[in-house]
Design a binder for this molecule. Structure first.
Ligand code: PRP
Length: 187
């Protein structure tokens, strides 16, 4: 059982407040609106962690755009130490000749987005970029960086605003660092 202290009490400290997140997401939306003016970009939400960021980012884009959703799972191919991703839910939209922005909550090792950009790149999009709320460059195992990044964060166990631990904490409106006793000692 992971719910040891009550939702808010499981948080050691708040890393990014709701206000900081909303201000930054507004800036990112304004930048994307400027850079994609007249291009009708397709914003791709990678389920599930990206959902709150995606919803807020899209509402801060002030020009034509479209939405689509995908779900992926990581697996090891048994041949190398690099994880692969496979689609659990593919896009419903053809991305050929479309300007595509993949929206993610966090880039950690970079493996998920590395594989995702390769896979989607084979479908001949007009352009393909990545928007990530959080970037943890200290954990990177691939040569990849987000094109749009909300915040660079330290290597801490962060939860909230879509990020989970064992499925929980995604509904917090801020991003916090989880108390170690919540994820250690789990029965
Ligand atoms: C998280 C996150 C990215 C991935 C980043 O997804 O949303 O997809 O991990 O890690 P990486 O850079 O090391 O590949 P997760 O598998 O936890 O699924 P979720 O979105 O449903 O939380």
């Amino acid at each position: 059982m992971i719910r040891k202290f009550g939702l808010e009490n499981d948080i050691q400290y708040v890393l990014l407040t709701e206000e900081q997140i909303q201000t930054r997401v507004r800036e990112m939306g304004e930048q994307i609106s400027r850079e994609y003016a007249g291009k009708n970009p397709l914003l791709v939400c990678v389920l599930r962690g990206a959902v709150p960021f995606y919803a807020d980012l899209c509402r801060n884009i002030s020009d034509y755009m479209e939405m689509d959703f995908m779900a992926v799972s990581s697996y090891n191919d048994g041949m190398s130490s690099h994880g692969m991703v496979r689609f659990k839910k593919d896009l419903d939209t053809s991305i050929e000749n479309r300007h595509v922005i993949i929206v993610e909550d966090i880039m950690d090792s970079g493996k998920t987005l590395n594989h995702l950009t390769r896979l989607l790149g084979t479908r001949n999009p007009a352009s393909l970029k990545i928007a990530c709320l959080l970037d943890k460059p200290s954990r990177r195992e691939c040569e990849i960086t987000p094109d749009y990044c909300g915040f660079v964060v330290p290597n801490e166990f962060v939860v909230g605003y879509g990020l989970d631990y064992a499925g929980t904490y995604r509904n917090l409106p801020y991003i916090g660092v989880l108390k170690p006793e919540v994820y250690s000692d789990v029965e």
